[in-house]
Design a protein around this ligand. Structure first.
Ligand SMILES: [Zn+2]
Length: 334
């Protein structure tokens, strides 16, 4: 098994990322500008928000610029070509679908606040944290356009809420759609152009927009009381399914091995993930990095391909099965 994993690591694709992000000197940017996609290339402004590269009127050769090359734009005929886009409305419907099940398991489904455009920020959390159970923390849709992540969350939650072996051991804290405005406008950023997975401060007052609301709730509901056994942040990648983890030097060898245990165990149940991982110590305002660094939580980013073409052997059902695979992995591991 180890040899197999090593081989996968070496054959890993450079498109196995959530976004192509890099820092570039203004001088170099000027010479490369004509090769960049004006619809999907964004630069970061002084206030931290992102805007399309077209609107960058003057480039200072001696400045450094942070660039994000996004996924292709989601067009009107998307659902005819790819696995159905997961919309904000679908999230609302799904929340009402699971309401009675949540009630019977003593969870509360809350609208903890609103997005900038006034959409609901949902959370699912236990009415009371049971000291005998371990807590699983999950986020999805920091990036609005990464719809496949939410199909996996549906599979995860449906299976979790109906599996006795899971409910005897675990409770869930879930933020199923962090960026509903981005989901609705089919873009990565929130309404203000913030990358919400670069918006987590050490405390809510240092965080931005939707993250501030979510972090206040998360601190109050969970982090001030208990340390979750694992945190999973669900995203959509370009061409590969994989897990983002931190390096050995970031949090030590034991921590690295703990992360490996989850990756290896999931690989046995998820043929798409298949043990693939990407070591990245990320951005300091990323949820995964904050949770590892400041709380010592086993926090991983789960990436599945964002645009999955229809009729190529992978279906919506495969995505929900990937969510179920997470449930089985947790039961086995913890
Ligand atoms: Zn993402």
């Amino acid at each position: 098994m180890k040899k197999f994993l090593l081989m996968l690591l070496f054959t890993f694709n450079s498109n196995a990322v959530c976004v192509h992000e890099y820092t570039i000197q203004g001088e170099k940017l000027l010479s490369q500008l004509h090769t960049m996609n004006e619809m999907t290339s964004y630069y970061q402004k002084k206030d931290g928000t992102f805007e399309v590269i077209q609107s960058l009127k003057k480039i200072n050769p001696s400045h450094k610029y942070v660039i994000q090359e996004n996924h292709p734009t989601i067009k009107k005929d998307y659902d005819e070509r790819y696995i159905q886009y997961y919309s904000y409305q679908r999230m609302i419907n799904f929340m009402s679908e699971v309401t009675s099940r949540l009630n019977s398991l003593d969870y509360k489904l809350e609208v903890i606040g609103k997005s900038i455009e006034g959409r609901n920020l949902y959370s699912i959390s236990p009415k009371r944290i049971d000291p005998k159970k371990k807590v699983i923390l999950m986020f999805a849709r920091h990036h609005g356009d990464e719809g496949t992540a939410n199909w996996i969350v549906e599979g995860f939650l449906k299976k979790a809420l109906t599996t006795k072996a899971f409910n005897q051991k675990f409770q869930i804290v879930l933020y199923p759609m962090v960026n509903p405005d981005g989901a609705e406008s089919k873009r990565r950023y929130n309404k203000k152009g913030r990358d919400l997975n670069r918006s987590w401060g050490v405390s809510p007052s240092k965080s931005y927009d939707e993250i501030r609301t979510i972090q206040e709730h998360l601190n109050r509901t969970l982090l001030s009381k208990r340390k979750p056994i694992i945190a999973l942040d669900m995203h959509g990648s370009f061409t590969e399914d994989f897990i983002y983890r931190v390096s050995k030097s970031f949090a030590g060898e034991d921590f690295y091995n703990t992360q490996q245990d989850f990756i290896s165990s999931l690989a046995e149940r998820d043929q798409w993930q298949a043990g693939q991982f990407n070591v990245s110590n990320g951005h300091k305002k990323m949820s995964r990095i904050l949770l590892v660094r400041d709380y010592g939580i086993n926090s991983l980013t789960h990436e599945s391909i964002r645009d999955i073409p229809l009729n190529r052997g992978r279906t919506l059902n495969d995505l929900t099965e990937q969510g179920k695979a997470i449930v089985d992995t947790l039961i086995e591991l913890y």
